[in-house]
Design a protein around this ligand. Structure first.
Ligand code: UD1
Ligand code: CA
Length: 468
């Protein structure tokens, strides 16, 4: 086995196809599945194989596809889309001088797993095959290529459903779109492909018949599960694939110790980290670089994007983007945390509260109906109901103005803090105040009209009315 695994491996990902059946301006393989492109899923699955060379064949929408790839990825252009066999031909210059095995993978197989790809490489090497294809048993109603084996079990050829006879159509070993070739055999066979088929295209699948005709060993590796068959051709396929990918992620999280209630309503993108003993409640969506630590509870009905939730924090019926929710902090119900909302340990953003670009110090509370933007709050602050930081002052020039609030400040209900403004430690404000000047530490600011009571007013008004 050691000599076999020392054999060099190249990987070619076919990503030049037009994807007509998607009926989209966007190239098919750039459609997102849980925040990652279809091609991104395939590349993530091949990455652990640590190939000596990786080539992505681009064509349709090549500029856009290439821009989506990590820097330094080798690409080869297929100028006209004349079929999957022609796409392999386009990759050959990038494989010049390469000796070893070439794993070729359809770029629209978002559900391919690393394990399955490793299985075909291992099988190919163990059996000293020159050309191998992944065979998955599936429903004969599916429109995939049929793997036709000879009496000795070797692959004789692969026939497309469109080109198949009724007997061939009844074969339930389907071609999943992962192949492994000896590099020299591949180079010799590609120029012999013909487009004599229903689509008038050069088919990668015909390479197996050519290799078998030359007397080489052609292996059908049985691995993977029926889900891996699904190449994305239509939006319906896209939805099915997303559903399966979603459940795979949730299952993995649950096995790792995360509690997920009503998992059929929860969506977690593959880039998210959720630690053991975190609890995810129904109808929760976690996206991007979100991290949820153990002991935190998120949901129900919450969406977090690129947000960190530290241990013991709770987030209920809320939306957060690029926010940090510190240990033991409570958010919601119905809070909206925008970029750079930084809620420190034990703080609170309560009902109908919006916080943006602000630090909420440890233990500070913004419980009800407030907008806090571009503010720094010290520790132990209590913000009254309905407070607003008036941070947008176009007359002061570009950019938002800051509000700085010291420790242990208490603001009355309906305070407007007109930034730039500073409230010293322990300062208070009276209800309904519009604070336009700094408030010294320990002072109470009352900034509203004094109340006037007009005695007997209503009685006089009613008498006046009766006269007319
Ligand atoms: C292909 C297989 C079929 C298999 C199925 C599995 C062929 C001829 N048939 O069918 O046996 O069951 O996948 O999903 O390959 N591509 C290019 N350039 C082209 C044409 C295609 O790069 O000119 C790429 C596509 O981007 C795609 C792959 O090749 O990643 C397969 O092409 P596609 O058109 O999706 O083939 P299927 O009809 O799905
Ligand atoms: Ca396909």
């Amino acid at each position: 086995m050691t000599t076999e695994s020392a054999r060099p491996l190249a990987i070619v990902v076919l990503a030049a196809g037009k994807g007509t059946r998607m009926k989209s301006e966007l190239p098919k393989i750039l459609h997102p599945v849980l925040g990652r492109t279809v091609l991104g899923w395939v590349l993530a699955a091949v990455e652990p194989l640590a190939a000596d060379r990786l080539v992505v064949v681009t064509g349709h929408g090549a500029d856009q596809v290439e821009a989506s790839l990590p820097g330094g990825t080798t690409t080869a252009r297929q100028v006209t889309q004349r079929g999957s066999g022609d796409a392999v031909a386009a990759a050959l210059p990038a494989l010049e001088g390469f000796a070893g095995d070439v794993l070729v993978v359809n770029g629209d197989g978002a559900l391919f797993t690393t394990t399955t790809m490793q299985a075909i490489v291992d099988g190919h090497r163990t059996w000293q095959s020159v050309a191998s294809a992944l065979a998955i048993r599936g429903d004969v109603a599916l429109p995939y290529g049929r793997i036709i084996r000879g009496e000795d079990g070797r692959i004789e050829r692969i026939v497309e459903a469109k080109d198949a006879t009724p007997e061939e159509l009844a074969v339930d070993e389907l071609n999943a779109g992962i192949y492994c070739f000896d590099a020299d055999v591949l180079r010799a066979a590609v120029p012999r492909l013909s487009d004599d088929n229903a689509n008038g295209e050069l088919y990668i699948t015909d390479l197996l018949e050519i290799a078998a005709g030359d007397g080489g060993r052609t292996l059908g590796v049985v691995a993977g599960d029926a889900d891996e068959l699904i190449g994305i051709n239509t939006r319906a396929d896209l939805a099915v694939v997303e559903q399966i990918a979603r459940l795979r992620i949730l299952e993995e999280l649950m096995l790792a110790g995360v509690t997920i209630s009503m998992p059929h309503t929860v969506l977690v993108e593959p880039t998210v980290t959720v630690q053991p003993d975190a609890v995810i409640l129904p109808r929760t969506i976690l996206r991007g670089r979100t991290r949820v630590d153990g002991g935190a509870v998120v949901g129900p009905d919450s969406e977090l994007v690129d947000t960190v939730v530290e241990t013991g924090a709770t987030v209920e019926r809320s939306v957060a983007r690029e926010a940090r929710i510190g240990a033991g902090a409570t958010v919601g119900p119905f809070a909206f945390l925008r970029p750079n909302a930084d809620l420190r340990e034990g703080s609170k953003a309560g009902a109908f509260v919006e916080i943006k670009n602000s630090l909420i110090g440890a233990g500070s509370k913004v419980p009800h109906l407030s907008y806090i933007g571009d503010a720094t709050l010290g520790t132990g602050v209590n913000i009254g109901a309905g407070n607003i930081t008036a941070n947008y002052r176009p007359e002061l020039g570009r950019g938002k103005q800051r509000t700085t609030i010291g420790n242990d400040v208490r603001t009355g209900s309906d305070t407007v803090l007109v930034a730039p403004v500073t409230l010293g430690d322990g300062a208070w404000t009276g209800a309904g105040s519009i604070v336009v000047q700094d408030v010294p530490a320990g002072a109470l600011a009352i900034a509203r009209a004094r109340q006037t009571n007009i005695e007997g007013f209503s009685e006089r008004a009613l008498q006046q009315q009766a006269k007319h």
